[in-house]
Design a protein around this ligand. Structure first.
Ligand code: RB5
Length: 157
């Protein structure tokens, strides 16, 4: 897969580990920065990564900030991006399988690089199940996106 990657200074401590595991797993990385530990603003990375996923330039996204929260809030403002904070491996694969999560968010002040690698492995190895109830629920989310009047056509999970 092609994975869009972004972080701020809070997520910076996880970046090398995440790059390493993505390369080990054979994925191509679109690196949206940041490229150093200096203080930056998370929406400047969350939104381009979410747009890359929503527009099909990337298959999935991974975002890292201090807690994962700011990144997930910003990414979810892009129609077609379905972002969530996951700090355990179960959520990382179940979020894809049941909920069509396509952007994983993690916090560099919450978890360390080794757990981040396991979470990333669970996320990239998971696929949407396609089960009828999961499709129905995902459609209700897309219906809400449409009611919000967002301009980009939402992507199928
Ligand atoms: C930056 O200090 C911090 O607020 C940010 O990385 C993130 O944790 C926001 O959710």
């Amino acid at each position: 897969m092609r994975i869009a990657l972004g972080c701020d200074h809070g997520g910076w401590p996880l970046k090398d580990a995440v790059l390493e595991v993505l390369r080990e797993e054979g994925h191509e990385v679109l690196d949206f920065g940041t490229h150093g530990p200096e203080r930056v603003d998370y929406p400047d990375f969350a939104i381009p990564v979410a747009q890359a996923v929503a527009q099909g330039r990337a298959d999935r996204g991974i975002l890292m900030c201090g807690s994962g929260v700011g990144m997930s809030i910003a990414a979810n403002k892009v129609a077609g991006a379905y972002a969530a904070v996951c700090h355990d491996t179960y959520s990382a694969h179940q979020g894809v399988e049941h909920d069509g999560m396509n952007v994983l968010c993690m916090g560099g002040r919450i978890i360390g690089p080794e757990l981040a690698k396991e979470i990333v492995r669970a996320f990239v190895r998971a696929q949407f199940s396609g089960g009828e109830r999961y499709v129905r629920r995902a459609q209700k989310v897309r219906d809400q996106e449409a009611r919000c009047g967002q301009t980009q056509p939402p992507r199928e999970p």
